[in-house]
Design a protein around this ligand. Structure first.
Ligand code: MN
Length: 131
């Protein structure tokens, strides 16, 4: 067994290519088989691009508040303690609330397919209500 005592001294990795806003992702578990486990921190207003996971994804919200939205129009606010299950191939995005940060653990199964950015209009429509 092995206990890793926090991440002191290990620089967080800022991610940018497939996100809007500033986002940091730290591996919790070295990638193995088809599973990756990352702690992901989104500044207020930051979000992923639209994307899907070949075998799905589980998000465990550790702190803060955010939003999860599927292409089919499902989703809603997510907050600390929530666990979201995203199905294989289900197109979606996730990110922080406009005025609060979001920290979630992302357990991703299979590869990603990254799609287009979530526009400011799509983000506003989701987090501020409306259709
Ligand atoms: Mn996802």
């Amino acid at each position: 067994m092995r206990i890793a005592r926090g991440r002191a001294g290990i620089p967080s990795e800022e991610r940018s290519a497939t996100f809007t806003g500033r986002v940091w992702g730290d591996p919790v578990l070295a990638a193995q088989e088809d599973v990756t486990v990352n702690a992901v921190f989104f500044e207020p207003g930051a979000r992923t691009h639209w994307h899907s996971h070949k075998f799905g994804q589980v998000l465990y919200v550790m702190h803060g508040e955010g939003w999860l939205q599927t292409r089919a129009g499902e989703g809603g606010p997510i907050t600390a303690g929530d666990v979201a299950h995203i199905g294989p191939g289900e197109e979606h995005w996730h990110g922080a609330a406009r005025r609060g940060y979001l920290l979630h653990l992302a357990i991703s199964m299979g590869g990603h397919e990254w799609l287009e950015p979530v526009s400011d209009e799509e983000y506003a429509r989701a987090v501020e209500g409306g259709s």
